[in-house]
Design a protein around this ligand. Sequence first.
Ligand code: ADP
Ligand code: ADP
Length: 219
Amino acid sequence: MTLVALDGVGKRFASGTEALRGVDLRIERGEFLSLLGPSGCGKSTLLRLIAGLAEPSSGRITRAASRQVGFVFQEATLLPWSDALTNVRLPLRLAGVARAEQEARAAEALAQVGLGGFERAYPRELSGGMRMRVSIARALVTRPSLLLMDEPFAALDELTRHRLNDDLLALWAGSGVTVVFVTHSVFESVYLSSRILVMAARPGRIAAELLVEEPAPRP
Ligand code: ADP
Ligand code: ADP
C-alpha cells in the first residue's frame, strides 16, 4: 500500500532556487527509505513536502487517508524546563488525550527507546544520545504510520550513533511504521535502509535508486 505518492514534483523558492525538479516517488507502507545526498540537494525540502508542511510548485502529491506523522530532527528540540515524561506526552496533551493515558503512553514510549526509569529526568541531565531517544519517544507516542527523520544522529559521536542505529532498527522491525530517513552518510543509509534514493544538487533531484537486496542483519 502506498502511503504517499509524488508525481513530477518540483519546488522553486521565491528566491529563485530550484530546490527540487521532477521527483517521482512512492513511499510504501512499512519500508525503511533513506534519502542520501550532499547538503543542498533538497533532502529537507523533500521531507517537508512528504510531511505536507510545504506545497510543491509543480507536480502532484497524493496521500493515503488517516496517516499520523512523527518527526525527529537533528537537534533534540526538547522543552528544557520539562522532564522526559512531560516532553514525550506533549503531542498527546495537544491532541486532547486524557492525562492518565498521556502518562501511560509516554512512559511506554520511553521504555521502548530504552529510557525506562528516566521519566523524571530533565534534558540537561541526559546525554546527547539520551535526549535523541526522548525525541524519538515523543515522535512515536502518537503511534504514527509515517516517521520522518532529518539527519537525526548527525551531531552525535560515532559510538552513540551506531547504538542508535541498532536500536532504531529494532524499533522499526515488525512495527509496521514507515520510516523516511535523511542522511549524508552512505554507511548509515546502507546499514538502515531497504531502499536508498541518491539525490544530486542544482537542481535537487533523485539521481539513482538503490534497493538493498541483502538487508543488514537485524538485531
Ligand atoms: P538539504 O536538506 O539536502 O541540505 P535543502 O532542502 O535544505 O537541502 O535545500 C535545497 C536547496 O534549497 C538549497 O539550495 C537551499 O539553500 C534552498 N532552500 C531551502 N529552503 C529554502 C527557502 N526556504 N528559501 C529559499 N531557498 C531555500
Ligand atoms: P494537563 O493536566 O491538561 O495534562 P498539565 O498538568 O500538563 O496539563 O499542565 C497544567 C498546566 O501547566 C497547563 O496549563 C500547561 O499549559 C502548563 N504547563 C505544563 N507543562 C508546562 C511547561 N513545560 N511549560 C509551561 N507550562 C506548562
